[in-house]
Design a protein around this ligand. Sequence first.
Ligand code: UTP
Length: 277
Amino acid sequence: MKKVTKAVFPVAGLGTRFLPATKAIPKEMLPIIDRPLIEYAVEEVVNAGINEIIFITSHTKRAIEDHFDQNFELEEKLLNAGKKEYLEKINRDIFSNVKFTYVRQKTQNGLGDAILHSEHLIQEEAFAIILADDLIINNPSCISQLIEIHEENECSVIGVNEVPENEMEKYGVISIDEPSSTNNSYVLKDIVEKPKSNAPSNLAVVGRYVLSSKIFKYLKNLEPSVGGEVQLTDAIKLMLNDEKVIGYLYEGTKFDCGSRHGYVNAIKHLAKEILDD
Ligand code: UTP
């Protein structure tokens, strides 16, 4: 089986929950201490063996492209000022062999539509999808754990976590055959986007996926659904008719940095490490 070497980062969303901060700055560029949110997620996939990153972006997200590019003027100024130690911070060695590609999503038609914009770059191979606002801290990382389950089972794997009932309506929720889980792996029977009531389990989808390229076939025929958007969840639901998909209860601490609560908690968590140092 071919190794997972490509990751798609949909970053074209409007970041409404974080206005006004996200009026002129991409949500993904908000700092978690001294590094933008997006850098944590890119580091996570690169450390998991991924060397090709495809951003699905928009005209308001140019700063992301600049962040992963070289800034010769700044480098020269730092060198001339004898501040060599900052060069590794702005040009990280671990990213030096990574290929970054940017595809514009012209209208924000939803996550499913954003993913469809990467079809021509993926070919017939499984690939990772990362929603960078979910900052997940663990070693091994969440995406490494999902890739391992994908390699063992040769099927699509999506990250899930346990969520209290009153919060289920914010997430995609999976339905499973209760007792058949092994090693935190749950074979999906169904998946529902943001259930208003009667959620089929307490397992909610997080922003980490390893999907078969067959997902594009299902995405192509979708109509907008919840929120008037083309939902990735709907394509996964259709894929279940033909293929096995595993929900994996990963190990790690998740912060939803797209919300104020999660963002503040992420900073609090990482600040503690700095203050205790
Ligand atoms: P969210 O639902 O979190 O939306 O999208 P958002 O725009 O980022 O934030 P809010 O809810 O308005 O505050 C989930 C992921 O899908 C991407 C987002 O960038 C985010 O990574 N997305 C969403 C797109 O790339 N395109 C879209 O049309 C919609």
